[in-house]
Design a protein around this ligand. Sequence first.
Ligand SMILES: NC(=O)c1ccc[n+]([C@@H]2O[C@H](COP(=O)([O-])OP(=O)(O)OC[C@H]3O[C@@H](n4cnc5c(N)ncnc54)[C@H](O)[C@@H]3O)[C@@H](O)[C@H]2O)c1
Length: 274
Amino acid sequence: MPERSPRLAGKVAIVTGAGSSGPGVGNGKAAAVLFAREGAKVLLVDAVRDRAEETLSIIKEEGGEAEVFEANVINADDCRRMVEAAIDRYGRLDVLDNNVGISRRGSVLEISEEDWDFVMAVNVKSIVLCSKYAIPRMIESGGGSIINISSIAGLRAHSSTPYTTSKAAVQGLTMSMAADHGPDGIRVNCIAPGLVYSPMVAPRMDSDLREIRRNAAPLRTEGDSWDIGYTALFLASDESRWINGVTLPVDAGLTSVTPVTYQTLAQQQGVIRN
Ligand SMILES: NC(=O)c1ccc[n+]([C@@H]2O[C@H](COP(=O)([O-])OP(=O)(O)OC[C@H]3O[C@@H](n4cnc5c(N)ncnc54)[C@H](O)[C@@H]3O)[C@@H](O)[C@H]2O)c1
């Protein structure tokens, strides 16, 4: 068999939210490690430097190339400096993984105006700002791939009105950006992670809840951030060169079923334990 070259050989990537909010590996950290493992030079962007440093130490241990850049991606000047840092250090820009995202709970009756604005800024405006500065540099580099991290909460109501609204907006933004920048050779795609077990959700989970989440989707396996990272790796690579403007649920099939019908059938067949 011919020796294969790394899937992102020669590419430069920015991952926002490249640290994890708790112990373990989150979506941004997994993507950053996999990008570096496949030959990319990676700028690890996080508002909390220590979190990105942790990701850096994993990449360094594996012999990969990366650097930390501290930035708050709701701030336009930070986004501009972030892109310039990637160009200064590595000379080009091919991949932008817009991974940063947060949640605040509440209906329209409950959510404060400040929390609403904050969720929309972190989850949606950050993508606009990072992309605004990245796209011209990608064009200079001959094209690129932008990956926007949404959620299945952008496809279904999910107990947080601002989160669902912002994640649905990310999907609309993805289509619009794909249409606008496809002619420049820039692909823009979106991942909608399902109920993955990650540092972001771990503090709210116990084993019963994990079991319910695991059984909710046809595959009945628990997903983790590596599942999201591998999807980002594929979308970052030239293997997906003809994929543009899509939202890909990565959810063990959760959003492919009608919940009540599916749960009832599964219980009748004895495949869901109660
Ligand atoms: N983990 C899940 O269960 C799940 C499910 C669906 C979607 N998602 C989405 O995945 C993405 C993140 O996943 P993760 O596992 O990497 O999360 P995480 O919370 O573990 O890590 C996110 C990182 O982003 C950083 N960050 C937060 N706000 C920032 C800002 N304004 N500027 C710069 N950095 C900032 C944090 O410091 C943290 O290190 C989010 O968009 C989230 O909505 C996650």
